[in-house]
Design a protein around this ligand. Sequence first.
Ligand code: RNT
Ligand code: ZN
Length: 413
Amino acid sequence: MTAYESAKQEYRESGIDVEAALKVLAGIPVSVHCWQGDDVIGFDGADALSGGIQTTGNYPGRARNFEELKADIREAFSLMPGKKRLNLHASYAVLGADRGKVDRDGYTYRYFEPWVEFAKELGLDGIDFNPTFFGHPKMKDGLSLSSPDEETRRFWVEHGRRCMEIAAELGKAFGKPCLVNIWIPDGYKDVPADRLGPRLRLKKSLDEILEGYDGKWVIPAVESKVFGIGLESYTVGSNEFYQNYAAQKGICCLLDNGHYHPLEYVSDKIPALLAFYDKVALHVTRGVRWDSDHVVLLEDELKEIAKEIVRNDATEKVLIGLDYFDASINRISAWVTGQRAMQKALLYALLMPHEAMRKLQDEANFTELMVLGEEVKTLPFGAVWKEYLGRQGLSETYLPEIRKYENKVCKER
Ligand code: RNT
Ligand code: ZN
């Protein structure tokens, strides 16, 4: 008997159908962020990251343009199991000869068509999209949609509107709606003199961006945050602000698990929102002491997040996206490791006896619930994971391949 066969049997004895789990896992799309490949720089901005977020490290071989980023994505994606989408920021527009002539308030779908072609070539499930309200000279005093300067605010509203149109085309291109996530860094380093004014301006800007978007192909989302570097005292787009805004407008909240106080858990927020919303979007990341965006690893909170998705039958309601950027290690290995960790967490959650555990909870049999919870932790998960990879022509070992690519391609940069 193979290790997989014997694992399957052991799971069966615990009431778990491994084949069914593998099938579900293969159908859950994970949106992989393009920005791990180039330290969130993009092709069109200030050539440096700003907006309260930061990549640290100077590992050699960063992708510097469309061709290099495409090559790295091709390499990374070839080592990632499961169904994948590509998450693009507007700053990755392929401007060609229009570079320097057109600004973010003039972007059209045309500049993203090369990405569509590429995503189709890779057989991806679709593209998700993000207006880029950072890393650009038009940010005035660090503010975008909440700027008191009307010209600045209008520029960024126009950017948002263009992105909604681009997203509709991206949705149509794949026959599936495109998630458009709005995150802005706007905030203040020190105690503000006005907390309401910026929020009212942001509200007005969002209303303008969301005027007449194509609801068939676009799923708009808003991403809150507790603070950014250099913006420690106040964030315009806070959790309460966006959750109320999303509820009122019938749009989606995006939860980034690096954007809350350290003892607030996104795994607990998912079911809270599922009670009210049809869809919840995620930025899965790993914060170390702060919103540091370390590579996602198979840790407890990631497992809890996956459990909430799986046991609430929410694999189509929770839109999973990754958001991390580490510039201190091989960027492709960062990409692959994080995406695989997400897949592992989902598989782990799919291999749990949720119905039995729920019943024990409802019967207040907390003793048995605790014991069973501990028992399932040592079931032969690894053998099932290996089988999942094997069926897609992948193995657990991926670093040698990445090293080969690094020596051949990245070292030449
Ligand atoms: C920043 C947010 C945001 C960005 C990306 C690049 O704190 O998490 O989602 O990381 O849009
Ligand atoms: Zn995020």
